[in-house]
Design a binder for this molecule. Sequence first.
Ligand SMILES: [Fe+2]
Length: 370
Amino acid sequence: MKILPNELILPPRTTFRKGAVLDLLKECAVFGKRGLLIHGQSFAAGGALQKIAEAGASSVSVKTWQHTGGEPTLDHLEHVLSVAREHRAEWVAGVGGGSVIDLAKACAGLMNAQLSAVAYHDGARIPSSGIPFVVAPTTAGTGSEATIVCVLTNSRTNVKKSFRHPSFMARLIILDPDLLAGSPPGVIANSGMDAFTQAIESYVSTGSNWMTDQFCLKGLALIASSIEVVFNDSRCDKAGDLLMGSYLAGLALSNARLGVVHGLAHPLGARFDVPHGLACAVCLPHAIEFNREAMGIKYTIMSETVGGDLLSATKRLMESFEIRSPFAGKTIADMDKVIEETLASGSTSANPRKVSATDVEYLLDRIFNL
Ligand SMILES: [Fe+2]
């Protein structure tokens, strides 16, 4: 077991307290007088945006941009980049779920880049030319606030994949449990199952090490003990535990990577327009069975952490949230391409058990037909 990876990238500052988001603009003012605030629909509708504006520094010129929903695309990114450049933004803040955060992160990171977003998505070397990025998650799930990774879809080719750069790390992460208040139970369930999956996959990933294992186990314990309570009441005291658990899983995955669930969830999510967390949730039990032997003692440790057999606990959570597979009974039109994308994924290559084309076909058969 490695104590540390060859490289460890962690955020420089995180604040964690109820009401912390009200200081967002004061915190951002440190980075410059002109900024772009990217947010989701519910954030504006719930009145939180207005409260932040009222509590903000009057000397700061803030342009806002609302993500209209859905998985983030390169078209969204190009649009938001043009708004940020026109406003001559000196910083970007993202307040929202994973989609909003990924867009804001990519916008800040590519603010001064020379090539189109498509070129970087296709693999062009990303320059270190971004501007400061501040983030406050409104869902507990992707852990994207703690990572250097953005997941975006090219809507022309339907390819959904991640790209990453160390300069994408947020300068400040604001974890405010009040931001989860009022989240629909379905969002808590889907995003929470993403966090649950990420804690598990990072823990058994080939890139795991002593440091990331600490984040994973604490994250898994916090998520497992809070997710059902928060599902029933998003305003309860456990919301902070779920938010912190999701953040810890994000820290882990950014450094240790993930596994075959995320390798499958991206091509399937893009083709069937399924929320990322839901795609992860329905793939997870099959991947746990597939990886069971390769997980070794870590399976036992995770079972102890969640208070019962890991596979049974996973299935029980899915029943509790009434999660039904959106893939059941459907067929994949381009099976070869899905297999190719799954195998090409960095997540799949970090899976504890080596994954072949036949293995992907086997997993897909179970996901679609069981
Ligand atoms: Fe995920």
